[in-house]
Design a protein around this ligand. Structure first.
Ligand SMILES: Cc1cc2nc3c(=O)[nH]c(=O)nc-3n(C[C@H](O)[C@H](O)[C@H](O)COP(=O)(O)OP(=O)(O)OC[C@H]3O[C@@H](n4cnc5c(N)ncnc54)[C@H](O)[C@@H]3O)c2cc1C
Length: 509
């Protein structure tokens, strides 16, 4: 290809697609290169036997009026193209002792919890009092928009942060689970308060934010499935004259005198761009795509992209977010929303003695309860998920060979059946109604997204970690978009950083 694009975007995750939409809207010639066969990265769905399964995402925050995704879709002229339905009730917890359906609205949720756990009334009040103060600080912080501040303004902002946002500063590095354990004695209530954040080791600030999402019912599902969001963005991008190449992998980012100047694909095609935005995995971007590829005719000493060693050390050292093991089931069961245990998203804590040490809990998503279109009439799509940290390292150490390995397939089958067994404790007839079954391990998530170790949301959200990369990089004309540049990662983060990558591009061009 002889043409030089204004912008080349590596990856069509939500971050890459959002950046592409803003840039194409401004008339910049923009090319997205995606290694997979369809847009979306983590935000994709697949079909089996008449069922549509979301590969990962269960619900998305910030899609309602006033939410950042709502705002971005409006700016792109896409409001109304995606029909978001609210996921209600937003939090359902099932244990061997009981079932807890947390109602919408903070005061109603509080009253419900105090009613179910009368001896913990004081602890509940104190937990939600603190949660409310932190959430207020967070709203003020977003209004101050520290990410947009440059140079001296940012240094000043950081120095005065503890004075302006005292509650947040105090609880930013404190684990939410520890705060819960300090305030609450009942093990059932402890589980409920902690599971709202899904990720187990988050800070009290993050846990507070998740509770804000739950109590304000800020959880949405796009009708038609998660793929709908990615498809709408990809279609609009093409309508704006943007170009997308699917099933083409970027092998190198080409640099010259400390600046990015294009990409080379795995089939050796070279394409030039004035600005390169990487929506790909952060470690891959800097440790593989920018790695010197040795001497050549036009560069006798090999390319040296000059990335500070500290930057690379951080990338190797920072913990990744957890990956998951998922089982996708198409079942011919009668389930009615709100009846028995049939809710769109359920968290189940199995008895340890029945299942060994892994996992502590599973999530069960039944999107067909709020979107009939994802399953044939009278049937349901059931997705069971569990954090996979600690159980898949061995297979990654075998590299890609793991996929062909019969032992790997056996391991995957065994884990899938144990998760189905656990879900069968919530829905006793489940197994006998299975018509379609698929499974995804962290290796599968890695294969489809190239995210390191199948990481689900960029860097770890653990209270002690919470890292993020700047969207500007040490390489001139190379920017980043996506969940590696925001903490917590997730779909809203991908949207926001995509928009910001487009703003930064405008400053360069
Ligand atoms: C199992 C699971 C469950 C989740 N659940 C939720 C949820 O319920 N709610 C929520 O908000 N978030 C959820 N997330 C997180 C969320 O999906 C992601 O954080 C978000 O979609 C990431 O978007 P992104 O744009 O940063 O990048 P990604 O989605 O990672 O996309 C990156 C893209 O780049 C492509 N790519 C990579 N390398 C190359 C290359 N060399 N050449 C060409 N293309 C390349 C990949 O194929 C991919 O399409 C979940 C994630 C997973 C995995």
């Amino acid at each position: 290809m002889d043409q030089t694009y204004d912008v080349i975007i590596i990856g069509s995750g939500i971050g890459g697609l959002t950046a592409g939409n803003y840039l194409a809207q401004e008339g910049l010639s923009t090319l997205i290169i995606e290694q997979g066969p369809r847009p979306g990265g983590c935000a994709t769905s697949f079909r089996r036997g008449g069922f549509s399964f979301d590969a990962g995402v269960h619900w998305i925050a910030q899609c309602g009026e006033g939410g950042v995704i709502h705002q971005i879709l409006k700016e792109l002229g896409l409001t109304g193209k995606i029909d978001f339905t609210r996921v209600t009730p937003p939090l359902v917890v099932v244990t061997s002792k009981g079932q807890y359906v947390i109602p919408e609205g903070k005061s109603v949720a509080l009253a419900y919890l105090k009613d179910r756990f009368p001896s913990e009334r004081e602890g509940i009040e104190r937990f939600f009092g603190l949660q409310g103060r932190i959430a207020k600080d967070m709203v003020r912080l977003f209004e101050a928009d520290p990410d947009a501040q440059e140079g001296m303004a940012r240094i000043y902002f950081n120095a005065t942060f503890p004075l302006r946002f005292p509650t947040m500063a105090r609880y930013h590095r404190k684990r939410g689970a520890e705060v819960v354990d300090r305030l609450i004695r009942d093990p059932e209530l402890r589980r409920i308060l902690k599971i709202a954040a899904i990720f187990p080791r988050v800070s009290m600030v993050m846990l507070s934010w998740f509770w804000n999402i739950i109590t304000s019912s800020d959880c949405y599902y796009p009708k038609g499935g998660i793929q709908r969001v990615s498809d709408v963005l990809a279609e609009n991008f093409k309508a704006l004259q943007g170009e997308i190449l699917y099933s083409r992998r970027v092998a190198k980012i080409l640099t010259e005198r400390g600046g990015a100047k294009g990409v080379r694909l795995s089939d050796h095609t070279e394409i030039r761009g004035k600005v390169i935005i990487s929506n790909a995995d952060a470690r891959q971007t800097f440790l593989e795509l920018l790695e010197s590829d040795g001497p050549s005719a036009d560069s006798p000493f090999g390319r040296d992209p000059q990335i500070p060693s500290r930057y690379l050390d951080d990338l190797r050292r920072w913990r990744l977010s957890e990956s998951f093991f998922y089982v996708y089931l198409g079942v011919d069961m009668t389930l009615r929303r709100g009846e028995g245990r049939a809710f769109p998203v359920i968290w189940y804590f199995p008895e340890k003695k029945d299942h060994g040490s892994w996992p502590d809990y599973i999530g069960i998503g039944i999107p067909s309860l709020h979107d009939e279109g994802v399953a044939p009439s009278g049937k349901h799509a059931v997705i069971i998920g569990a954090f996979a940290d600690g159980i898949s390292e061995r297979w990654f150490s075998l590299g890609r060979e793991g996929f062909e390995d019969e032992e790997y397939r056996k391991w995957k089958r065994e884990i899938a059946s144990s998760l189905v067994r656990m879900a069968g404790e919530v829905f006793p007839d489940l197994k006998s109604h299975i018509q379609v079954q698929e499974a995804a391990s962290p290796l599968t998530f890695h294969r489809y997204t190239l995210n390191s170790m199948g990481a689900s949301s960029g860097w770890s959200m653990d209270a002690e970690e919470q890292n993020k990369l700047s969207q500007r990089t040490p390489i001139r004309n190379l920017l980043l978009a996506g969940h590696w540049t925001f903490n917590p990662g997730g779909v809203p983060a991908a949207f926001m950083t995509g928009r910001r990558a487009a703003e930064l591009t405008r400053q360069i061009l």
